[in-house]
Design a protein around this ligand. Structure first.
Ligand code: UDP
Length: 486
């Protein structure tokens, strides 16, 4: 009697942050739908984040599971209960968190030895995972959760060190060795890179990340060919890196429940329904959605400027406000009488918004975003033009892709990279904010931007359909894993 061969087993190990766990569960589902046995490795307190989705997938007959490892909070000097980046409240806690993450190497090795998957897909933030996988004799794929464009710019910074030759933080320099002429400033780069010598901690870390990527079996990108063709080619041919683009991953969320609970199934459904009902009352393309991701911190002084900018622009808005200091009184971050004046025009929530559903709503005409890669790609996938306001990480680079290359967004003029919990010296003015909103929401140029965004939306959908560029790359990747040719 013929016995069915064992399915390919892939272990996914995401970084402990919403912006990494969200695309990873999508990716695990995309793999499982192709007959792969997918296991997510995470910590006890992060398991509930995945469990509802996994339950639903299992009911549909797909093989997804979860494995728990202990997070060494206490060993790293953290209080118990801190297992996700969004619960960090100080720089010192941040350092300890990263120490705890680095202590996961041995538990990871143990898990790999015990469950013997065919492949490990580990987050780009775990450079040591390549070596751990090789000890166990399996391939390690890297998942960065960023674009080909950003990866190419990082490579350029590392290879050509352009920051060394600029004489001031605000002098624009051209990113060398990439297909487009892109200008940035030193102030838009991580603080540690600005005055760094080659030996600064961040340079050493970036070097390690790059080395681990180069020595891995390849990189999985949440992107698609038609979005950044020149950079797919640059990354693969000029830089010689192996990669597969399989995005936009958010498109695997087809039914309303999946979309509505994405990222935080524990938020009350009343909150979710309320903001969507409010949108139902609005005209097509009339509302600006404002959200700065899952961890960004914006000072009260800047929130006031945002409120003033929105009010001056005259557009309706749905605003998700997230601050780490939960006790701060609302009045301190809203201009006097703002809420009364904006009754009916604006909806403010401090909760977790069903972002994919909001972006898909026909009332949404623009997205003011911090340019985290997931948000950027979700906006592109929904065909929504962006008002770009990068804050940290690689967001200033993502902004350039949106405003200069794809031309589906307008910047508010953010100039200063900051660690996510630090206050900025430079505030963006209400004039700049309202001007960028107007450029994206009203007038002839806004229509041109919307048309370009609409074309990308169609390309995104086509990419994940059977025979599309991302679907084909996924098939090639899975064949490579099945036939051990990766
Ligand atoms: N997100 C959401 N609701 C919120 C805030 C964020 O669904 O209220 C999701 C968003 O759709 C995206 C992710 O959280 O998938 C944020 O990732 P991104 O890379 O944009 O930013 P990060 O949070 O990592 O800075």
């Amino acid at each position: 009697m013929d016995s069915k061969p064992d399915p390919l087993h892939v272990l996914f190990f995401p970084h402990l942050a919403h912006g990494h766990m969200i695309p990873t569960i999508d990716m695990a589902r995309v793999f499982a739908r192709q007959g792969v046995k997918a296991t997510i490795l995470t910590t006890q307190l992060n398991a509930p984040f995945f469990s509802k989705t996994i339950e639903r997938e299992r009911e549909l007959g797909f093989e997804i599971d979860i494995l728990i490892i202990k997070f060494p909070s206490v060993e790293a000097g953290l209080p118990e209960g801190i297992e996700i980046i969004s619960s960090i409240t100080s720089q010192e806690m941040g350092f300890k968190f990263f120490k705890a993450v680095s202590l996961l190497q041995q538990p990871l090795q143990q898990v790999l030895q015990d469950c013997r998957p065919n492949c490990l897909v580990a987050d780009g933030m775990f450079p040591w995972a390549t070596e751990v996988a090789s000890k166990v004799g399996i391939p390690r794929l890297v998942f960065h959760g960023t674009s080909y464009f950003a990866s190419s710019v990082f490579d350029s910074f590392h290879r050509y060190q352009p920051l060394k030759d600029v004489i001031s933080d605000d002098q624009p320099f051209e990113v060398p060795g990439i297909p487009d002429k892109i200008k940035m400033t030193r102030r838009q780069q991580p603080v540690e890179l600005r005055d760094s010598g080659a030996n600064s901690e961040i340079t050493v870390l970036l070097h390690k990340l790059l080395e681990a990527e180069i020595s891995s079996s390849g990189v999985i990108m949440n992107s698609f060919q038609e979005l950044e063709p020149a950079y797919v080619e640059h990354y693969r041919k000029t830089l010689g890196r192996k990669s597969w683009h399989i995005g936009p991953l958010s498109l695997c969320n087809k039914n309303r429940e999946d979309k509505s609970e994405r990222g935080n199934a524990n938020v009350s459904s009343i909150d979710r329904v309320e903001c969507l009902r409010w949108l139902d009352l609005k005209k097509q393309n009339s509302v600006l959605y404002i959200c700065f991701g899952s961890v960004s911190w914006i000072s009260a002084a800047q929130l006031i400027k945002i409120a003033e900018g929105i009010e001056a622009s005259g557009v309706d808005f749905l605003w998700v406000v997230r601050k780490t200091n939960k006790d701060e009184d609302k009045e301190e971050w809203l201009p006097k009488g703002f809420e009364e004046r904006m009754k009916g025009k604006g909806f403010i929530t401090r909760g977790w918004a069903p972002q994919v559903l909001i972006l898909e709503h026909e009332a949404i005409g623009g997205f003011m975003t911090h340019c985290g890669w997931n948000s950027t790609l979700e906006s592109i996938t929904a065909g929504v033009p962006m008002v770009t306001w990068p804050l940290s990480n690689e967001q200033f680079i993502n902004e350039k892709l949106v405003t200069d290359i794809l031309r589906v967004g307008v910047g508010v003029g953010a100039q200063e990279w900051c660690r996510w919990m630090e206050g900025r010296k430079l505030l963006v003015t209400e004039e700049n904010i309202s001007k960028a909103i107007a450029e994206v929401m009203v007038g002839e140029e806004a229509d041109n931007i919307r048309n370009r965004a609409g074309a990308l939306k169609e390309m995104a959908k086509g990419a994940v359909e059977e025979g599309g560029s991302s679907h084909s790359d996924l098939m090639a990747l899975l064949d490579g894993l099945r036939f051990n040719s990766i």
